[in-house]
Design a protein around this ligand. Structure first.
Ligand SMILES: [Zn+2]
Length: 126
């Protein structure tokens, strides 16, 4: 089926759930963050999708600020030792960094499809 046979789906409605950006039904993931090559429902070729470092960048932005605030509060506010702070903070940091990876990657792939983002190329025809 062609792209114009499907209504455009907003990236936030399908991406975080890991659904196909074209049909909104098939899953785009074959493992935690590895993409399938095509949608099982509508056969959309997913090889166009290249989120690259995007998900990691957004996860770092989302996780680092609250964790840094927590660390400063633990050390300066509570007066906790560095070891206790590290013991509490490291698992928190791991959870806050890993859990959002998949929904953010799904959102970026859906946004890439929705906005037809692709590699820039020169227009050589005049
Ligand atoms: Zn699909």
């Amino acid at each position: 089926m062609r792209d114009d046979q499907y209504p455009p789906l907003p990236p936030l409605s399908v991406g975080p759930a890991g659904k196909c950006p074209r049909c909104g039904q098939g899953s785009i993931f074959k493992s935690f963050i590895t993409l399938k090559e095509k949608c099982d429902v509508c056969d959309l070729d997913l090889t166009f999708a290249d989120a690259a470092d995007g998900p990691a960048f957004f996860v770092m932005l989302i996780a680092s600020v609250p964790v840094l605030g927590f660390v400063l509060w633990m050390i300066l506010g509570v007066g906790a030792s560095y070891w206790l702070t590290a013991l509490i903070t490291l698992p928190l940091l791991i959870v806050l960094c890993i859990l959002p990876l998949r929904p953010i990657k799904g959102w970026l792939v859906a946004s890439q499809y929705y906005h037809k983002a692709e590699q820039g190329k020169l227009d050589t025809q005049e």
